[in-house]
Every structure is written in C-alpha cells, then in structure tokens.
Ligand binder design. Sequence first.
Ligand SMILES: [Zn+2]
Length: 364
Amino acid sequence: ASTASPSTSLARWRGFKRPADARHLANEVDGESVDAMAEAVAAAYPRLSHRYYALKAKVLGKPKLDQWDRNAPIETGRPRRFDWLEGRELVLSSFGDLGGEFADRAGRFFDQPWIDGQARPGKQSGAYCHPVTANRHPYVFLNYMGERRDVLTLAHELGHAVHNTLAADQGTLLADTPLTLAETASIFAEGLTFDRLLLAAPKKERLGLLAGRIEDGLNTVVRQIAFHRFETRFHDERITGEVSAERIGQIWLEEMGASLGPAVELNAGYEHWWSYVSHFVHSPFYVYAYAFGDLLVAALMEARRADPEGFTPLYRELLAGGGTRTYVEALKPFGLNPRDPAFWRAGCGRLERLIDEFEAAVAS
Ligand SMILES: [Zn+2]
C-alpha cells in the first residue's frame, strides 16, 4: 500500500495543482470551501469530540475510553417503539414545523399511497426514494419495524420525496440536484424529526438518545474530516517520494489523536487502522463529502433557529431550484457563504449544542 499512489501521479499529469482537485471538480465543489470546512472542524475538535469522549468515559465509569468503546451504546433500557401511525404523525408534524405546504406534500405520499413501508417476507432490505420523471411523483421504499431509527428513515426518505415534488417544475433535465445539495432535504427532515423525538423523550431516555445522535454526528463530521486531513497529508508527502507503512501509521496516529483527544486511548495496533478505510484506496478524497452534506444542513438548521418564519420561503426556493443553481448560489439568499470558515463553524454549533445537553443530562 505504501508504494503505489496512482491518483497522486494522475493529478499531476493532468495539471491539477493539488491531488484533491480532481475530486473537487467531479463533486462540483471548490477546494476553498473544503479547506474552510476542514479548518473549522479541526478548530472545533476540543469543543466537540474531546469534550464528548471525556463525558462518555465518565458515564462508563472509566478514566479513559479505549478506542473500541467510542461507539459503545450507553442505553440499557428497552427502546421505545412507534407504530406506523405514530411514526407518520411524528414525521408529518416535523414537516409541519416548516409550514403547512411541507406537511401537505409529505402527507400525500401516505394518502395515495406512494410509500411501500411494510416489512414482509421476501422484500428487499434498505430504504430509498425513487424518482421517475419530473412530471410523475417518486416512490418511497423502506422497511418500517417501529424502531426510533425507522422513524428517522421515514423522515429522511420523505425529505427526498418532498424535495422531488418541489423541484418538479424545473422539468426532468434540470430537476436533479447537484451532489452537494442532494441530501439537504433528507438530512434536514431527519434533523427536525430528531428534535421532536428529543423533546418528547422521558428523562431516562434522553442520555441514550443524545449519545446516539452525537456519536453519529462525530462519526460523520469529526472523524471524516480527520480522515480527510490524514489522506491530504499522505498525498502531499507522496509527491516527493514513496511513503513507508511506518510513516503512514505515524501520520494516522497524529491525526486520529488530534481528533479524538486526550480522553481516548489509541490502543496498541491502532497505527494500522488506516488500512480499514477502503475509500483511501478506492475513492481518494471521497470521505469529506459526508461531513460536507451534514454540516451544510446543520448550518441551514442554525439559520432556521435564528429566524424560523423568514427561513421557510428561502428554503422552499432552494429546494424548488433543483439543479439550476450551485450550492454557493443556492446558499446566498440565506446570507451564507461556504467559502468562509464561519459557515462551517455555525454548522458545528448544532452538534456542540447537543453535547451541551448531554453534559447537562450527565450532571443531573
Ligand atoms: Zn438520502
């Protein structure tokens, strides 16, 4: 693994300034935005991951977390279940938080019905929203088993569905969103539904609920950015010559140590863990896309928090634009600029607030 890096050479032969630039071009993202994001997230490590893992060690009664306990569940009670009608009600009221039109559009999928939600023998696993052409409605597919995450999945896929119906007027060729905005409506709908779940959760469920959401957030944002910084350093060194496995392990430990913080023990053998991330080999510079989508939505959710009424028409406009605008143009009406680290700092703010709530729940 240390000897070959075709992507580094290819990028150079094709005249890209930096090894990651080919990926940015394919993603229709500018490197400036990605750099601003990586910088803002790394600066937030102490407030996010470092603080959370120290709190989690405390909850588990350990001085330090072994790295394999990072995602260990802390919830021990029997999880609450939601039947189909309860799930529907919760999800539709979350869409209602954006205004009646959003709830109506989502509601039609239940009424028609355009959702295959029932799990049954022989049915394929997974969940998706399948578009047809712009003048036809999409179909939603999932396997609803009544768990909390099924409610969130229902919200996620209906987010895609509502986005699809809003962008339909653009016509089939322009309705399709660019990759940067493809998960916006879905992650947003999930976020609103989670907020409602948290609000309704009895006190004894709060800690586990928060932990699960925070860990998802840390794995999607902090960890993927740490991965991105690791591979950026690797490719930068690779330009001047081969990089040994020992050296790769060293860069890995530095970047993981910086992102996980002093409360997580990087146990013996952890220096080899870079090899489990297949993206590094098969899709170089792919991992930042996870953090990008998540933080972009979090920044939008922060904008909504500041002004819920003013937000809805702008958000509707963004979704209805389909593929006619780039993410930079689409975010401009909100006064948001993804080339500025402040945009990504605002996105980190949502995760930070969840950790504040976790901290308060631990103390109480
Ligand atoms: Zn999705």
